[in-house]
Design a protein around this ligand. Structure first.
Ligand SMILES: [Zn+2]
Length: 311
């Protein structure tokens, strides 16, 4: 059992206490799940703005703009490939992760390619309020590792932008094979291994270590830019599979219940939106030609599959 991260401790409630009053979004709610705080909305993703960091498509960082390095195996497309333009019809799916009965100020450490737009959705706080609380002018770029004050945060939500695409046919599930982790750390690690664009997965589900929430879904830059992954070369999966990793070593332990809740939500959301069959959700080790035991011998596939096929 891991303690909640310090920055969320004032918001944290024991699992199961999720019946909270929901803030009203200026979105069209498609459904509200029985748990009380699952939402899927058709709110438009903000249009791209080359001069603003307040969209899902931030300006490339100095790192991503640096000269290309040699391509190690399985690292995805060559630099220069362009991300699709975001459309106002993009769907944003949201689900409550940490519920709060009140509004509190929290500190958030910015992850790779995280934007003020995303943070405003995660904490249900306006972008303007976040800029003002941090003495930043609207549109000021933010950077990895920056600590931002989030005023009047009402808990925390997992927010997933669903971009138009017909390329995603599979989902490959991984573990990080580490006890602790967060996107910024693994991003650096994958850069050190020579992966262009760093973090090789599209999504990372945290386990409550290094200041991240237990079950927090971190959206990787590859997803925001709709780039190929660098997580499973076998079977051409880097090009046609969404890579989802959970922090943990599931040869040694089980994922946390919060991680499994978030994984189920993420898989169901992606399968539904992209028309991916539950049979096409596979573990890394199940891909022909992949010589690995990832996501670990103890990963609970049976319950995962039950959740995927249940209505
Ligand atoms: Zn793997």
């Amino acid at each position: 059992m891991k303690n909640p991260p310090a920055v969320f401790s004032s918001l944290w409630k024991p699992s199961g206490i999720r019946a909270v009053s929901l803030p009203i979004l200026v979105v069209i709610t498609v459904f509200i799940a029985a748990q009380g705080c699952t939402r899927r909305s058709v709110a438009p993703v903000p249009a791209p703005s080359p001069s603003s960091s307040s969209t899902p498509y931030e300006k490339p960082s100095a790192r991503t703009a640096s000269p290309p390095r040699p391509t190690p195996p399985g690292t995805g497309p060559a630099p220069g490939s362009t991300a699709p333009k975001p459309a106002r019809t993009d769907v944003v799916a949201e689900k409550c992760l940490i519920a709060s009965n009140g509004h509190q100020t929290v500190t958030h450490e910015v992850g790779p390619l995280e934007t003020v737009w995303r943070l405003s959705r995660v904490y249900d706080v306006s972008e303007e309020a976040i800029y003002a609380a941090n003495n930043l002018r609207s549109g000021t770029p933010i950077h990895v590792g920056q600590k931002l004050i989030i005023p009047n945060a009402s808990g925390m939500r997992n927010v997933i932008a669903l971009y138009p695409s017909t390329r995603w046919k599979y989902i490959v599930v991984h573990h990080t094979a580490t006890d602790i982790g967060k996107a910024a750390l693994i991003d650096r690690s994958h850069q050190d291994r020579g992966f262009w664009y760093g973090l090789g997965y599209h999504f990372l589900i945290d386990n409550g270590t290094l200041g991240k929430g237990d079950g927090q879904i971190e959206v990787a830059p590859r997803w925001v830019r709709q780039q190929s992954g660098a997580h499973c070369k076998a079977g051409g999966m880097n090009e046609r599979a969404i890579g989802v990793a959970l922090v943990g070593n599931f040869n040694e332990e089980l994922p946390t219940s919060a991680q499994m809740d978030s994984l189920t939500y993420l898989l169901r959301t992606l399968c539904s939106h992209y028309g991916i069959s539950p049979q096409c959700v596979v573990g890394h080790r199940d891909v022909d030609g992949a010589a690995t035991d990832c996501p670990g011998k103890r990963f609970p596939w049976a319950s995962t599959r039950r959740c995927l096929v249940s209505p």
